[in-house]
Design a protein around this ligand. Structure first.
Ligand SMILES: [Zn+2]
Length: 216
Protein backbone atom coordinates (compact mmCIF):
# COMPACT_ATOMS: atom_id res chain seq x y z
CA UNK A 1 0.00 0.00 0.00
CA UNK A 2 1.52 3.34 -1.02
CA UNK A 3 2.15 5.84 1.72
CA UNK A 4 -0.73 8.23 2.43
CA UNK A 5 -0.04 11.81 1.52
CA UNK A 6 -1.32 14.63 3.67
CA UNK A 7 -3.58 16.95 1.72
CA UNK A 8 -4.92 20.31 2.83
CA UNK A 9 -8.11 22.19 2.05
CA UNK A 10 -6.19 24.13 -0.58
CA UNK A 11 -5.57 20.95 -2.58
CA UNK A 12 -9.21 20.01 -2.24
CA UNK A 13 -10.57 23.36 -3.41
CA UNK A 14 -8.18 23.41 -6.36
CA UNK A 15 -9.56 19.99 -7.35
CA UNK A 16 -13.17 21.12 -6.75
CA UNK A 17 -12.72 24.11 -9.07
CA UNK A 18 -11.31 21.89 -11.82
CA UNK A 19 -13.97 19.20 -11.58
CA UNK A 20 -16.75 21.84 -11.48
CA UNK A 21 -15.22 23.46 -14.59
CA UNK A 22 -15.71 20.04 -16.22
CA UNK A 23 -19.46 20.27 -15.62
CA UNK A 24 -19.68 18.34 -12.36
CA UNK A 25 -21.60 19.66 -9.37
CA UNK A 26 -21.14 19.09 -5.69
CA UNK A 27 -23.29 16.39 -4.11
CA UNK A 28 -25.34 18.21 -1.49
CA UNK A 29 -25.56 16.94 2.10
CA UNK A 30 -29.30 16.16 1.86
CA UNK A 31 -28.71 13.90 -1.17
CA UNK A 32 -26.05 12.01 0.69
CA UNK A 33 -28.14 11.20 3.75
CA UNK A 34 -31.18 10.33 1.63
CA UNK A 35 -29.07 7.89 -0.39
CA UNK A 36 -27.75 6.19 2.70
CA UNK A 37 -31.31 5.74 3.86
CA UNK A 38 -32.38 4.26 0.54
CA UNK A 39 -29.35 1.97 0.37
CA UNK A 40 -30.01 1.03 3.98
CA UNK A 41 -26.36 1.24 5.00
CA UNK A 42 -24.53 2.93 7.82
CA UNK A 43 -20.94 4.15 8.12
CA UNK A 44 -18.49 2.11 10.22
CA UNK A 45 -18.15 4.76 12.91
CA UNK A 46 -20.19 7.84 13.67
CA UNK A 47 -18.62 10.55 11.54
CA UNK A 48 -17.96 14.18 12.02
CA UNK A 49 -18.68 15.87 8.75
CA UNK A 50 -19.47 14.28 5.46
CA UNK A 51 -17.40 13.03 2.59
CA UNK A 52 -17.26 15.43 -0.34
CA UNK A 53 -18.50 14.15 -3.68
CA UNK A 54 -19.25 15.44 -7.16
CA UNK A 55 -21.66 14.26 -9.82
CA UNK A 56 -22.09 14.62 -13.58
CA UNK A 57 -25.27 13.35 -15.28
CA UNK A 58 -26.19 12.82 -18.89
CA UNK A 59 -28.00 10.24 -21.09
CA UNK A 60 -29.53 8.54 -18.06
CA UNK A 61 -26.15 7.78 -16.48
CA UNK A 62 -24.16 9.54 -13.81
CA UNK A 63 -20.52 9.79 -12.83
CA UNK A 64 -19.90 10.03 -9.10
CA UNK A 65 -16.62 11.15 -7.65
CA UNK A 66 -16.09 10.36 -3.96
CA UNK A 67 -13.06 12.25 -2.76
CA UNK A 68 -12.68 10.80 0.77
CA UNK A 69 -12.21 14.44 1.83
CA UNK A 70 -14.14 15.77 4.79
CA UNK A 71 -14.09 19.55 4.95
CA UNK A 72 -15.01 19.89 8.59
CA UNK A 73 -11.96 17.89 9.51
CA UNK A 74 -9.82 19.92 7.14
CA UNK A 75 -8.36 16.97 5.33
CA UNK A 76 -8.59 13.44 4.11
CA UNK A 77 -8.94 11.55 7.33
CA UNK A 78 -11.06 8.52 6.78
CA UNK A 79 -9.15 5.28 6.26
CA UNK A 80 -10.37 4.83 2.73
CA UNK A 81 -9.49 5.69 -0.82
CA UNK A 82 -11.16 7.80 -3.50
CA UNK A 83 -13.65 6.41 -5.99
CA UNK A 84 -15.00 7.32 -9.38
CA UNK A 85 -18.01 5.26 -10.46
CA UNK A 86 -20.61 5.30 -13.22
CA UNK A 87 -24.13 4.57 -12.05
CA UNK A 88 -27.37 3.71 -13.77
CA UNK A 89 -30.59 4.06 -11.77
CA UNK A 90 -28.55 4.34 -8.60
CA UNK A 91 -26.58 1.15 -9.22
CA UNK A 92 -22.80 1.26 -9.77
CA UNK A 93 -22.05 -0.21 -13.20
CA UNK A 94 -18.44 0.81 -13.72
CA UNK A 95 -15.59 1.38 -11.27
CA UNK A 96 -12.54 3.38 -12.23
CA UNK A 97 -9.31 2.07 -10.69
CA UNK A 98 -9.18 2.59 -6.95
CA UNK A 99 -7.39 5.79 -5.97
CA UNK A 100 -4.94 5.75 -3.13
CA UNK A 101 -3.94 8.93 -1.37
CA UNK A 102 -0.53 9.23 -2.92
CA UNK A 103 0.89 12.50 -4.16
CA UNK A 104 -1.00 12.39 -7.49
CA UNK A 105 -4.32 11.53 -5.85
CA UNK A 106 -6.30 14.57 -7.04
CA UNK A 107 -4.68 14.59 -10.47
CA UNK A 108 -5.63 10.95 -11.06
CA UNK A 109 -9.11 11.57 -9.70
CA UNK A 110 -9.64 14.42 -12.15
CA UNK A 111 -8.32 12.30 -15.03
CA UNK A 112 -10.75 9.46 -14.23
CA UNK A 113 -13.65 11.86 -13.65
CA UNK A 114 -13.07 13.20 -17.17
CA UNK A 115 -12.63 9.70 -18.64
CA UNK A 116 -15.93 8.55 -17.10
CA UNK A 117 -17.67 11.72 -18.25
CA UNK A 118 -16.50 11.01 -21.82
CA UNK A 119 -17.75 7.42 -21.53
CA UNK A 120 -21.28 8.42 -20.59
CA UNK A 121 -21.42 11.30 -23.08
CA UNK A 122 -20.74 8.71 -25.79
CA UNK A 123 -23.45 6.29 -24.60
CA UNK A 124 -24.49 4.46 -27.78
CA UNK A 125 -28.02 3.89 -28.96
CA UNK A 126 -29.16 0.42 -30.02
CA UNK A 127 -29.31 0.17 -33.86
CA UNK A 128 -33.04 -0.50 -33.50
CA UNK A 129 -33.13 3.14 -32.42
CA UNK A 130 -35.34 2.39 -29.46
CA UNK A 131 -33.04 2.48 -26.45
CA UNK A 132 -29.63 3.36 -25.07
CA UNK A 133 -27.11 0.60 -24.67
CA UNK A 134 -26.08 -0.43 -21.15
CA UNK A 135 -22.72 -0.96 -19.52
CA UNK A 136 -21.83 -4.66 -19.52
CA UNK A 137 -19.13 -6.02 -17.25
CA UNK A 138 -17.52 -9.34 -18.12
CA UNK A 139 -15.05 -11.30 -16.03
CA UNK A 140 -12.80 -13.61 -18.00
CA UNK A 141 -13.33 -17.16 -16.65
CA UNK A 142 -9.65 -18.05 -16.77
CA UNK A 143 -7.65 -14.85 -16.29
CA UNK A 144 -10.32 -13.24 -14.05
CA UNK A 145 -9.63 -9.93 -15.74
CA UNK A 146 -12.53 -7.51 -16.00
CA UNK A 147 -13.69 -6.15 -19.34
CA UNK A 148 -16.40 -3.62 -20.11
CA UNK A 149 -18.40 -2.97 -23.26
CA UNK A 150 -21.69 -1.41 -24.30
CA UNK A 151 -24.58 -3.71 -25.16
CA UNK A 152 -28.33 -3.64 -25.72
CA UNK A 153 -30.18 -5.36 -22.90
CA UNK A 154 -33.67 -4.83 -24.24
CA UNK A 155 -35.33 -8.13 -25.12
CA UNK A 156 -38.13 -6.78 -27.27
CA UNK A 157 -35.94 -5.26 -29.99
CA UNK A 158 -35.74 -6.50 -33.52
CA UNK A 159 -32.26 -8.06 -33.28
CA UNK A 160 -31.61 -11.79 -32.84
CA UNK A 161 -28.19 -11.15 -31.29
CA UNK A 162 -27.82 -8.20 -28.90
CA UNK A 163 -25.69 -5.52 -30.56
CA UNK A 164 -22.60 -4.27 -28.73
CA UNK A 165 -20.17 -1.37 -28.98
CA UNK A 166 -16.62 -0.97 -27.73
CA UNK A 167 -16.21 0.59 -24.29
CA UNK A 168 -13.64 3.13 -25.46
CA UNK A 169 -15.82 4.89 -28.04
CA UNK A 170 -15.90 8.62 -27.46
CA UNK A 171 -12.69 8.84 -25.43
CA UNK A 172 -10.38 11.74 -26.23
CA UNK A 173 -6.81 10.87 -27.32
CA UNK A 174 -5.57 11.96 -23.89
CA UNK A 175 -8.06 9.76 -22.01
CA UNK A 176 -7.35 6.85 -24.33
CA UNK A 177 -3.66 7.12 -23.51
CA UNK A 178 -4.39 6.99 -19.78
CA UNK A 179 -6.70 3.96 -19.98
CA UNK A 180 -4.33 2.06 -22.26
CA UNK A 181 -1.41 2.68 -19.94
CA UNK A 182 -3.50 1.50 -17.01
CA UNK A 183 -4.49 -1.69 -18.81
CA UNK A 184 -0.91 -2.40 -19.79
CA UNK A 185 0.23 -2.02 -16.18
CA UNK A 186 -2.59 -4.19 -14.91
CA UNK A 187 -1.79 -6.92 -17.45
CA UNK A 188 1.84 -6.95 -16.38
CA UNK A 189 0.86 -6.99 -12.72
CA UNK A 190 -1.59 -9.86 -13.24
CA UNK A 191 0.97 -11.87 -15.20
CA UNK A 192 3.41 -11.52 -12.35
CA UNK A 193 0.75 -12.47 -9.79
CA UNK A 194 -0.08 -15.58 -11.81
CA UNK A 195 3.57 -16.60 -11.88
CA UNK A 196 3.65 -16.17 -8.11
CA UNK A 197 0.42 -18.16 -7.80
CA UNK A 198 -1.42 -15.27 -6.18
CA UNK A 199 -5.00 -14.16 -6.92
CA UNK A 200 -5.11 -11.61 -9.70
CA UNK A 201 -6.07 -8.02 -9.25
CA UNK A 202 -9.48 -6.83 -10.38
CA UNK A 203 -11.42 -10.03 -9.68
CA UNK A 204 -13.81 -8.43 -7.26
CA UNK A 205 -14.53 -4.81 -6.57
CA UNK A 206 -14.69 -4.29 -2.88
CA UNK A 207 -17.70 -2.79 -1.28
CA UNK A 208 -16.41 0.21 0.64
CA UNK A 209 -14.63 -1.02 3.69
CA UNK A 210 -16.63 -1.00 6.89
CA UNK A 211 -19.96 0.17 5.45
CA UNK A 212 -22.49 -2.27 6.77
CA UNK A 213 -25.90 -3.16 5.56
CA UNK A 214 -28.37 -2.36 8.32
CA UNK A 215 -30.06 -5.42 9.70
CA UNK A 216 -33.17 -3.76 11.06
ZN1 LIG B 1 -31.68 -3.24 -28.91
Amino acid sequence: MPRAYQFTEKHFFAFAAKVIAQGFRRIEPYEFSAELRVANVEPPTPRIGREEGFVFCTMGLEVRVWTSFIIKEGGIRIPDSGWVVIREHGVAKYFAPQMYRTKNFFKRMLDWAIICKEHIQARPVCPSGKAFMSIIRKIHYRTKSVRYYWGCEEGGHDHPKPPTAPWDIGLSPRSLKIVELKRKRRRKYNEKRKLDNKPVFGTARKIRKGWKKKTS
